[in-house]
Design a protein around this ligand. Sequence first.
Ligand code: SAM
Length: 280
Amino acid sequence: MNDAFTPAITLTTEELKRIGDLLYRWTGMIFGEKKRYYIERRVGERMARNQIADARTYLSLVSGHTGEREALINAFTINETYFYREKHQLAALAREILPEIVRTKRPGDLVRIWSMPCSTGEEAYSIAIWLLENWPLVDAYHIEIVGSDIDTHALTQAREGRYGKRALARLPAVVAESYFEPERNHRRQIIEDLRESVHFAPANIIDGPSLAPLGRFDVILCRNLLIYFDDESRRIAAENLYACVAPGGYVCLGHSESMARMSDRFTMARLEDAIVYRRP
Ligand SMILES: C[S@@+](CC[C@H](N)C(=O)[O-])C[C@H]1O[C@@H](n2cnc3c(N)ncnc32)[C@H](O)[C@@H]1O
């Protein structure tokens, strides 16, 4: 629903705190008084969808109904992303990280890479495209790329792989032409081969049990998520990242994020193109 048509609601201080507490417990993200406008818009939209006129009734619905909880979480996530974002890390992946990972593997072995959070899929597909374009050993190993996010609506969009001009802006034209089918209005869809080769699964970085079925990864890109967390959520996320990365494996964070103050379990490595964290 467009913000302009969302009925305005006013939450009491207590209702706003209740919503913030639920979102924090469910996602690790902080939503407080400073984001009152954002919160009222999104809760107002959910109340309108459920034809509920007062916030207290909505709060009791969302507390006990998993479908509505999922819809509320989806409404609050910030899905900003685009292809080849922070591409120096993609360069590091092909130039330094994967060559190091495969030193202990044999041709044909599985190499697992996790884009967490992947939002609408641009990061996970960027990894696939970058490796096809830049890593000479890409065909020598069985590369598995998994994209995960808490936002189930974003994951549906990721599986469809349809993107507009903004998401595609940083891709060289020749790359866009090779890996996407043109659609109307300058939109493009990722080619079927790539859509089928990248797997998407929901997961919550602060919920250890939701991560366990995904197994361990050789490389995790966890970029531009921890900026929305407080220290406690970051600490839990770091523990879970540690559990999900194989010994000797790497975690890449966003440019304004760091493991300092979050965890001393990882070894920091300064590569030519990026700073990364390695599980000893
Ligand atoms: C700004 S996007 C980052 C996407 C991509 N990694 C990038 O850097 O372009 C942040 C994503 O984090 C997701 N997110 C928020 N809380 C999460 C959680 N607890 N577990 C997993 N994903 C979460 C949101 O749904 C959103 O898609």
